[in-house]
Design a protein around this ligand. Sequence first.
Ligand code: SF4
Ligand code: SF4
Length: 665
Amino acid sequence: MTEKIGVYVCHCGSNIAGVVDVEDVAKWAAEKLGRQGVIVARDYKFMCSSLGQELIEKDIKELGLTRVVVAACSPHLHEKTFRIAAQNAGLNPYLVELASIREQVSWVHTDKAVATAKSKAVVSGAVSRVIENTPLEEIKVPINPNTLVVGGGIAGIQSALEIANAGFHVYLVEREPSIGGHMAQFDKTFPTLDCSACILTPRMVEAGTHPNITLLTWSEVVNVAGYVGNFNVTIKKKARFINEELCTGCGICQEKCPKKVIDDVYEAGLGYRKAVYTPFAQAVPNYPVMDKENCTYFEKGTCKACEKFCPTNAIDFNQQDQLLNVEVGNIILATGYDLFDARRVSNYGYGRLPNVFTSLEFERLSNAAGPTTGNIVLRDGKTVPKSVGIIHCVGSRDRNFNNYCSVICCMQGLKFAHLVHERTGATVYNFYIDMRTAYKAYDEFYQRVLEEGTLFVRGKVAEVTDAARYSNEKGKLIIQTEDTLAGKQRRIPVDMVILSSGLQPRHDAKEVGKMFGISCSTDGWFTEKHPKLDPVATMTEGIYIVGCAQGPKDIPSSVAQGAAASARVLDKILQKEVALEPVKATVNKEMCSGCRICNGLCPFNAIAFLADDNVSEINPALCQGCGTCVAACPAGAISGTGFSNEQIIAQIDGLLMRNLEPVEA
Ligand code: SF4
Ligand code: SF4
């Protein structure tokens, strides 16, 4: 059958038309590609507009088009738009092909003649290819209404509550003994100076008591199988050595436990806990966990003070780790961030100079529930500083460490300045590269801190040292810095230095990403499906990323992302099934030699090896059609629907203008 093909060339305002002679491309397609079945070719200002789409729909209906080529932007942006237009007019959406003459032509060329000739070649390739396209049907997959949320910080809590409040079940998994995340460690939140615990703990309690939430703390996901709608997740519930059914959270075990341990996690190394402990007073759940590494009984076989005094016999030294299997339809990853290790900037002296503190240490120092009950003092535990230097951008916007801006450090530095000023009356210096106070009420907070008398020095700090050169520097920490506004180098002696450390991806983000079949950016954050238009989805259908797992952000943005991902999940749950792209790879079992080369290559873990038959098999619900395995299979046993050899060869023939007269450049 001879196809009837319509070619539509978009101006994209001046984006394409500024560099490509679009009228000429359309005219050329109508004249030169007629032999291949092109019966109509038009150009239009904005093909993606409703009028542009109507133009295509009208031609499909009135001219009986059997194939459509749209020469416009990248398929990544508008392929769906034109496929829907074709479908509305009764044409199978997979009989539409996009020719990228914006990203691949007008944006990378300046010579109009060359760009126009190249556009013709790209259109010719798309026409040859669309002839080989076959109608495809979307794959419908039922959705299990349960959801897994990994990470119990504020973003994960928000996600879980939104879904649970809508009436659907959530498994909320947290690797620490309590939910709350970093926010539970803070004293105040910027710019409103709300007490962090006061605004967080009601949410924690709600999540902990919600009938639709199964809270699994001290637990980790160890395996993920399946695909959107039907994930099978294995969770390791680590032994707490406490019988949760019997424990009342009375705290007697912690009181009686003789073993004191430095709390490196919640107290950032500034405070102590017991070997059996709850990380903080408002922990959810409120029953303790036993730290096996430090428990005297596990070390020496004696003690058992906790068991002796527990009024409900809840201590269980024989408890074992448990593996739980849960089935869920969608997964939200809210795994958070790690704080940049300030030791890496050795010239700032953290770990060497006692009165250099990290931001997290300062959070605990200034917290009324912290090790100094909120008193801001030096490392000796009693001296109130008279002067404090706060250094911004530690580990961020620095080619030696992380290039990116950590978003929160400027505001964090301003908050610290306010708290130091309010509680000690000390002279406060903030050392910044640029002041970034972009969101609601942030700049007003900066003004407030300025008015309070904080001194600001713009420039990169070179060094923090205790080597005094002048009498006023003796016994002090000296901040050696450039002052770009004054145009000179300065040495400023202070009693205390606070490093406003940046955020970085979790140390295990790569492994976690691999387990869930999602990728990480070059900086190490989980990669979103689209940085602007789809920031909480990932390339793996059914897996979402929220909060700092996706990139540095503040609390309001984390909460907003948690809610956004929940809306996406609820949308899927309410539809009861999801339609998946039919562009997939398939293995020809007759040709598969069982070499397994493809098995480890699939970035979406879509390929399984069937040992009994000695062949590989691709799960169509997991396959994203990336084509990696197709290219890698030495036996040529894998083909990609929508990317068959015939289609690719036809496109190359078209691009090279075979069967056509040579094009004038
Ligand atoms: S003493 Fe027993 S009941 Fe009380 S918190 Fe400890 S384990 Fe729970
Ligand atoms: S095309 Fe192959 S490698 Fe790519 S997602 Fe599908 S199965 Fe995995």
